[in-house]
Design a protein around this ligand. Structure first.
Ligand SMILES: Nc1ncnc2c1ncn2[C@@H]1O[C@H](COP(=O)(O)OP(=O)(O)OP(=O)(O)O)[C@@H](O)[C@H]1O
Length: 568
């Protein structure tokens, strides 16, 4: 709970003709109705006993953290009718013979349902011009002293993302808020795929900006991070292709204005896909670090991933749905059902480097939320629990040094660097995964019956633990490699021959002929919604490589008013 701290200003002002004691400290703006200004409640029964006596009447006392004030605007109030000055400073002159009063409006963040934020406003009036101006300048001073707020932003809009509403969403919902908050912008409407990535890599004058804004879906966000990470490495003299070098973290934060058909990264970091909420998180200067996985094949860089890397089921669903783009968003349901019925499994070897000395496991009941302690420490907290988890690690894995190896037949191999929650799957693929703990959750779904796979899939939407099934393994890892069976060396293949020699030979020959009943030899990787061109990959997690204008999903308070200092 925020404490008011030392008072900077205190005055008696009026809000809608009622007198309020208004105070400003470095952390809070509080307005509290004077007891001598009662509000008439015609329908409140006299014998009504409040259930929660400490809960204040929301009409009596309000408080707003200074960090959540969007802007302050000077108004002119003339006999009750107000005129706006469109956010710009305008000297208010006394008018002869008229009852002129001074007024100013504070715009601030108001929380609505389901993690949505709205821009609310309150207008204070007073008869003294000097007092009014003192209030306006004091609030502006406090806002200006907040160095985490962006002043200049570079905005990329994908006009073709989602329902092709990116430009309209930005112009109607976001740009007016940026103007009110005094943020200047350089806007680029992309003209072709990878326009934003290449502009960031080569042309953008990044020193002029405090952040980059992406208006689009997950594909557009992926373009932005590829451009920004690449550029940062080049500027810092790091080889972005290296599999071993530590990458330099990007200093510019990225804001996501959701305008795509899939906006999972926005949902996972803010809790909702709402352009206004995202714009307000940018304005107040929120910062949420995010882990990034680099994906290499034979020491060659392929892509970065921040959410899901999926081989088998999720790779097949994406490949199939790409061929059915004409179906619109329904293609994901269609391909999902088709791939579930097809029930392909794939053989290969997974090796991984378990995350050691961390607190938290993929099967925790706690969730990564705003101010997550685990992420604040980059996952580096030792505890008895994490040691116990390390001892419980999979029994049938071979370990060589730090690396562990698992060979088998898998319906799906998923690496979730965040929960991957979305409106369709509110728990996500790995509900306890963290945004910024330097790890990814490696989920192995071994070959099982269709019925069992369905049980696993259904658990993504139910309360049950989706990993509490015998054919599922989950490991929190810092790095992993996958080698499909058809790419394994001769000696590796010989080792496996005694298991299923005949069937394997047929699967090589018949991979395009499902009628023969054998599974295809390989699937493809779904990397944050893009198909990777290679199946044998080496994945490394880079802890907190980028930062978003977000704060993680906020925990909803049980009684919101208790967070109000006026209640105590
Ligand atoms: N001007 C443009 N013309 C064509 N493609 C573009 C343009 N700008 C960006 N793109 C590409 O469009 C792809 C999809 O964009 P975005 O993620 O914003 O929308 P989406 O509807 O969520 O996409 P998807 O359906 O693929 O998830 C991105 O991969 C991006 O590279």
């Amino acid at each position: 709970m925020e404490r008011p701290g030392r008072l900077l200003l205190q005055s008696e002002l009026r809000v809608r003709n009622a007198a309020y004691d208004v105070s400003l400290s470095r952390s809070l703006l509080i307005w509290k109705r004077r007891t001598s200004s009662p509000v008439y409640h015609p329908f409140r029964p006299r014998f009504c006993v409040p259930l929660f006596p400490r809960r204040p009447d929301p009409g009596v006392c309000h408080s707003v953290p200074v960090s959540e004030i969007i802007s302050v605007r000077e108004e002119e109030e003339e006999n009750g009718s107000r005129q706006r000055d469109d956010g710009s400073w305008k000297k208010i002159r006394e008018r002869e013979g008229k009852d002129c009063r001074q007024a100013f409006t504070v715009l601030y963040v108001e929380r609505c349902r389901q993690h949505r934020w709205r821009c609310a406003e309150v207008t204070f009036t007073c008869s003294d011009e000097a007092v009014c101006q003192h209030w306006v300048s004091s609030i502006r001073e406090q806002l200006a002293s907040n160095t985490s707020r962006p002043k200049h932003l570079l905005v990329y809009i994908n006009p073709y993302g989602g329902k092709r509403q990116g430009k309209r969403i930005y112009e109607q919902k976001v740009a007016p808020l940026f103007t009110q908050a005094g943020i200047s912008t350089s806007v680029i409407v992309t003209e072709y795929a990878n326009h934003a990535r290449d502009h960031l890599k080569m042309e953008a004058e990044l020193k002029k900006f405090d952040g980059v804004v992406c208006v689009g879906g997950d594909g557009m966000f992926s373009e932005i991070i590829h451009g920004l990470i690449w550029r940062t490495q080049i500027d810092c003299g790091v080889d972005p292709n290296s599999t071993e070098e530590a990458l330099s973290p990007c200093s510019l934060r990225i804001g996501i204005i959701p305008a795509g058909s899939t906006d999972c990264i926005c949902f996972a970091s803010v809790g909702t896909n709402d352009p206004v909420t995202s714009a307000l998180h940018i304005i107040v200067g929120d910062s949420q670090p995010l882990d990034v996985c680099s994906v290499h094949h034979n020491n060659m860089f392929l892509r970065y991933s921040v959410s899901l890397l999926g081989y088998g089921f999720y790779g097949d669903v994406l490949s199939d749905s790409e061929r059915k783009r004409w179906m619109g968003p329904a293609r994901y349901d269609f391909s999902g059902l088709k791939m579930f019925l097809t029930h392909h499994y794939y053989e290969g070897t997974v090796s991984y480097l378990p995350a050691k000395g961390i607190i938290g496991t993929p099967r925790d009941a706690t969730r990564c939320r705003s101010g997550c302690v685990i992420c604040q420490h980059n996952g580096q907290l030792n505890s008895e629990r994490s040691e116990k988890y390390e001892m419980d690690e999979a029994s049938d894995s071979e370990s060589s040094g730090e690396w562990r190896t698992i060979r088998g037949k898998f319906l799906a191999i998923n690496a979730a660097s965040m929960s991957c929650a979305c409106p369709r799957s509110p728990k996500g693929l790995s509900p306890a995964a963290h945004l910024a703990d330097g790890t990814t959750d490696l989920i192995l779904v071994r070959k099982c019956s269709r019925f069992n796979f369905l049980r696993h899939l259904l658990r993504h939407t139910s309360k049950d633990d989706q990993f509490d099934l015998t054919f599922i393994e989950v490991h929190r890892v810092r790095r992993f490699r996958f080698m499909p069976r058809h790419c394994q060396s001769d000696s590796d293949l010989e080792l496996d021959l005694h298991e299923n020699s005949k069937r394997q030979i047929f699967s090589q020959i018949c991979k395009d002929h499902p009628a023969c009943g054998c599974a295809p030899a390989y699937s493809s990787w779904n990397c944050d919604g893009e198909i990777l061109t290679h199946t044998a990959i080496d994945v490394r997690v880079h802890g907190q490589l980028i930062k978003l204008f977000a704060r993680g999903i906020e925990e909803l308070p049980v009684f919101e008013d208790l967070s109000n200092p006026c209640a105590i």
